[in-house]
Design a protein around this ligand. Structure first.
Ligand SMILES: [Zn+2]
Length: 293
């Protein structure tokens, strides 16, 4: 991971923020049907899409793969990666096992014209842009030891970002209190959900953290967005690294040993992790189908 500190990749700004919708649910549904038909005609191996009867079930999150309007290069490749691997499908199943929402929401995998992912408070929907997966690929391919390791990092980052966005959804759909930065709080939520999955989840959270570290390496120091609702990319990396270390100091000792997480911060990460975990449990557990582990 140390190599990340010197990597140089062209990256456009990624905000993982709330943005206004570009297309309606009806338009997305039409597109989904079209991409399903087109892809299943063109390929021998069919794309597994959510059956129409399972769409928009009350109180559930459902996944929809949407056909890009402008057919951008690479879309099909990343759609196939995400759908074949069942990444978002598994992530959506995880959150459906956690909570019954007051209304149905849809998770769109789509083209957005920029690498992004965002929750839309008006509709409750979550939009995951294929361009973000493309960006993960570009970044991780430069630092991974092997193509398989790069794919592992992409898988992990998809989970992290989805759980981050679902953290926004959970907060707004359930009206959960937030004091301080919501963006930091939902990074906490994403990390907690991943930690429930043991070693695999720890790796996914680390992949998410690595993404922010890589982004911070691209950003000229003079252009840091101190005003942004997100913490700085480097801070998001140190936060996630701290929480991982706080949760499992023995498993994550390399974060400190390799100098990625300064000892000054690491010393308090156990307390910080316990506090954020207990806070999320206090806020969310009474409204969930099962408690956060
Ligand atoms: Zn966010």
């Amino acid at each position: 991971m140390r190599t990340l500190l010197v990597m140089s990749v062209l990256v456009s700004s990624v905000v993982l923020a709330q943005q206004p919708p570009q297309r309606s649910k009806e338009e997305m549904l039409k597109e989904a049907k079209r991409i399903s038909d087109l892809m299943n005609k063109a390929e021998q191996k069919p794309v597994v899409l959510t059956p129409p009867e399972q769409l928009f079930k009350k109180g559930k999150a459902t996944l929809l793969y949407a056909l890009p309007i402008n057919k951008p290069a690479g879309y099909r490749e990343y759609l196939r990666f995400v759908s074949d691997e069942g990444l978002l499908k598994e992530a959506v199943a995880t959150v459906n096992g956690l909570v019954e929402l007051p209304r149905d929401i849809t998770v769109f995998f789509r083209d957005c014209g920029e690498p992004n992912a965002f929750y839309e408070p008006k509709t409750g929907n979550i939009h995951f842009c294929f361009e973000l997966v493309q960006l993960f690929d570009q970044l991780y391919s430069k630092v991974a030891q092997s193509p398989e390791q790069a794919k592992d990092l992409i898988r992990g980052a998809v989970f992290f970002v989805f759980f981050h966005e679902f953290g926004h959804a959970l907060t707004h759909e359930l009206g959960l209190p937030v004091t301080g930065k919501e963006e930091d709080a939902v990074d906490q939520f994403a990390t907690l959900l991943l930690l429930e999955q043991g070693e695999r989840g720890e790796k996914a959270a680390l992949a998410g953290a690595t993404f922010f570290l890589a982004l911070s390496e691209q950003n000229p120091k003079g252009k840091l967005k101190f005003w942004d609702e997100h913490s700085l990319d480097a801070q998001r990396f140190y936060n996630i690294a701290c929480w991982l270390f706080g949760a499992s100091p023995f498993q994550q000792v390399n974060l400190v040993a390799k100098g990625l997480l300064p000892a000054e911060r690491a010393a308090r990460c156990g307390t910080e992790y316990q506090q954020l975990r207990q806070s999320w449990k206090t806020i969310a557990d009474p409204k969930l189908k099962r408690p956060i582990k």
